[in-house]
Design a protein. Sequence first.
Length: 230
Amino acid sequence: MNIEMDTKLLQAMPGIKLGINYYTKITVSESPQMLKGRLQLFQEQLFFELEDKSVTDFPGIQEWRTVWKALGADPNRYRHSTEALMRRVKKQNYMTPFHSAVDLNTFFSLQHVIPAGIYDFEKIVGDINVSTGTDTDGYDGLNGRFNSLHNILLLKDGFSPFGSPFVDSVRTAVTEETTEALHIFFIRPSMDATEALALTTACGNMFTSISGGEVCSYVLHEGQTSIIVN
């Protein structure tokens, strides 16, 4: 599988980077108590931190709002997934455990203040293009409704779009049957490629420490716009 970043996306936002973990031989199941407790505690700590500051005071939130504007989207109307998570935490509407893959994805997104998505590798059709959505791009999302992706960064395979920093699709959702997955981290543009790879690798190591299996880590950026995953 080839994963390639569109040149027009890089022209609009030169610093854009994607961390990519390819997992094989993983086991997705109910999260261990350690992960459940860590996710709950982290949200409680964030809640107290958010009592004295705004969600948009976090640099990661602000940077992705800037990306939205650079691509032509309204960050107030289409909040990226991490901002949406943070606003839930601020209201004490905490995320409840789902399964190990989703819970880890939520934890990483909150910990690093960046959008992240995890996708069942076997449900992806052909190669992946990372680009900006047109007025015809959209899908049925995990939020229970159809989502337009016009002017929003997206992941598109040979069939249709399936992921974005906004909301992910139902089609490629990870389940407890998943054994291979792609984990995408929408890195802050200000972070350099070396830091981005370190973050992606650390998340991959934590993921496989809980879900087993093996991981290969990559970063897409202006200096490396495509990779082959197999």
